[in-house]
Design a protein around this ligand. Structure first.
Ligand code: FE2
Ligand code: FE2
Length: 137
């Protein structure tokens, strides 16, 4: 269930944080597989989802720092990019919302399916949005 994920390398700090996010996702999957059948232990699943939230939140903050850096040094022909950056930011906010929703029902609804969706969306996000917006790093 926890096979290797392939995503584009962009920059050492971003790559490391992306790797940490996928590790946290794997941890949720492993924890769920191990403990779902024991209702008392489902709190461990909630805990692993909280860890995932933290890793994502930390990473979005790093990207926010680079957005600001990039916007400051924007070449004139790139001005349109600001709208795209705002879309990028919205995707981060939406992802955190999704993770909170999954966490809130993780003791009654097995989170694996939803977490796999988060995983695929994150791979797509890195390859489509992060690559485009942090190519200059
Ligand atoms: Fe990212
Ligand atoms: Fe991003």
């Amino acid at each position: 269930m926890s096979e290797k994920v392939q995503f584009e390398n962009i920059h050492p700090i971003l790559d490391k944080e992306h790797t940490d996010i996928f590790k946290a996702i794997n941890k949720v999957i492993i924890t769920t597989n191990r403990h779902w059948d024991n209702k008392k232990k489902r709190t461990l699943i909630v805990k692993s989802i909280k860890q995932l939230y933290k890793k994502c939140d930390k990473h979005w903050k790093t990207e926010e720092k680079y957005f600001k850096m990039g916007l400051k040094n924007m070449p004139p022909e790139h001005q349109e990019i600001e709208k795209k950056i705002n879309k990028h930011r919205k995707k981060h906010i939406k992802m955190l919302d999704t993770i909170i929703k999954i966490r809130n029902k993780a003791t009654t609804t097995n989170p694996i399916k939803s977490i796999m969706k988060v995983r695929n969306a994150t791979i797509k996000h890195i390859n489509d949005d992060d690559v485009e917006h942090f190519h200059w790093l």
